[in-house]
Design a binder for this molecule. Structure first.
Ligand code: URA
Length: 274
C-alpha cells in the first residue's frame, strides 16, 4: 500500500520522534495514546486480614465476622515484606518478578536480576539495565559491561569463574530499564532498595564494589563519585569500594588510570583477606 506521507515528511516525522527520545520501535502497529481511555491513577491497596476475635462480647450473642478491609500501604513497605520473605536467591528473583509496584517494570522486556557466581567474594552493584541488558535479561552485557569484564580480567577475575576467589557477582540497584536510559528517580530507588539489601544479605560477599553515583547514592547516601572513588567505606556491614562506572570510563578514557588504581586496591584487599 502506498504511504499517504511523502518521503521528506515521513523522514522529518521520524527525526522528530528520535529527538523526543523514541529510539526504538516496540510494536508493528502505531498506538494513538491520546485516543486510549484514561486510566484511573493507580493506588496501591492490599487486603489486610482482620485481627482474631478474642471473645464473644456476650454469651450467646452472634459474633460478626469482621470484614476484610482494604487499606492503602506504601510500595516500600510491600517491597520490604516481599524481600524479607525470600530465603534464597531463587525466591528473591521470583519475588522481584512478582512485584508490581514499580512503574518501570511495565516498560521493560525483562527483569534483570544478576549474573556471575553467587559464591564470589566480590559483589558489584551498578545502576540499572540499559537496552542490551533489557533485551538479554542480564546485567552489564552492553559496551559498558564488556569494559567491566575487561577491568576485572585485568586483576584475574571474571563473572563466569567457578572458583569463588576469582569470580564476581553482578547486579544493579534497579532490575528494570528506565525509559531512554534516564537516571533512576529517588522514588524508584527507594522502592527497590529492600530487594537490593536482601540480595546482598543472601549473597553475603566479603566486599561490595559500587559502580558510579547512583549506587553510591542508594547505598551510602552520598554522591560525588570523583571524591568517593578509591576510598574504602562501609555499607550493610561490609567493606565498600566506590568506583567510576564503566559507562563513564567509556566517555572519559583518561579516568581509566584511577579505575586501574582502584582495581589494584581491591586486589590488595582481597589478598589480605578482605
Ligand atoms: N549500566 C549499569 O549500571 N548496569 C547495567 O547492567 C548496564 C549498564
Amino acid at each position: 500500500m502506498e504511504s499517504p506521507l511523502d518521503h521528506e515528511t515521513a523522514r522529518a516525522l521520524l527525526a522528530w520522534q528520535v529527538e523526543l527520545g523514541a529510539d526504538e520501535a516496540i510494536g508493528d502497529a502505531p498506538v494513538n495514546r491520546f485516543e486510549l481511555p484514561q486510566e484511573a491513577p493507580r493506588r496501591l491497596t492490599v487486603a489486610v486480614a482482620p485481627a482474631p476475635v478474642q471473645a464473644a462480647p456476650r454469651p450467646g450473642a452472634a459474633v460478626k465476622a469482621a470484614a476484610v478491609e482494604a487499606v492503602a500501604v506504601d510500595a516500600v513497605a510491600v517491597a520490604r515484606q516481599a524481600a524479607a520473605q525470600a530465603q534464597d536467591l531463587q525466591q528473591l528473583r521470583s519475588a522481584l518478578e512478582a512485584f508490581e509496584h514499580c512503574e518501570l517494570k511495565r516498560g521493560a522486556r525483562n527483569t534483570v536480576f544478576a549474573d556471575g557466581n553467587p559464591a564470589a567474594r566480590v559483589m558489584v552493584i551498578g545502576e540499572a539495565p540499559g537496552r542490551d541488558e533489557d533485551i538479554q535479561g542480564k546485567p552489564f552485557v552492553g559496551r559498558a559491561g564488556q569494559l567491566l569484564d575487561r577491568m576485572f580480567a585485568a586483576i584475574g577475575m571474571a563473572r563466569d569463574q567457578a572458583d569463588s576467589r576469582a569470580s564476581v557477582y553482578i547486579t544493579n540497584i534497579l532490575p528494570w530499564r528506565p525509559p531512554q536510559n534516564r537516571d533512576p528517580l529517588p522514588e524508584e530507588i527507594a522502592v527497590m532498595l529492600p530487594f537490593v539489601k536482601r540480595h546482598v544479605d543472601l549473597v553475603g560477599p566479603e566486599v561490595l564494589v559500587l559502580m558510579g553515583n547512583i549506587s553510591c547514592q542508594a547505598l551510602l547516601g552520598r554522591k560525588g563519585i570523583t571524591r568517593l572513588r578509591g576510598n574504602w567505606t562501609s555499607a550493610l556491614g561490609r567493606p565498600v569500594l566506590p568506583m567510576f562506572h564503566p559507562a563513564y570510563l567509556l566517555r572519559n578514557p583518561a579516568a581509566k588510570r584511577e579505575a586501574w588504581a582502584d582495581l589494584l586496591m581491591l586486589q590488595a584487599r582481597l589478598r589480605e583477606g578482605a
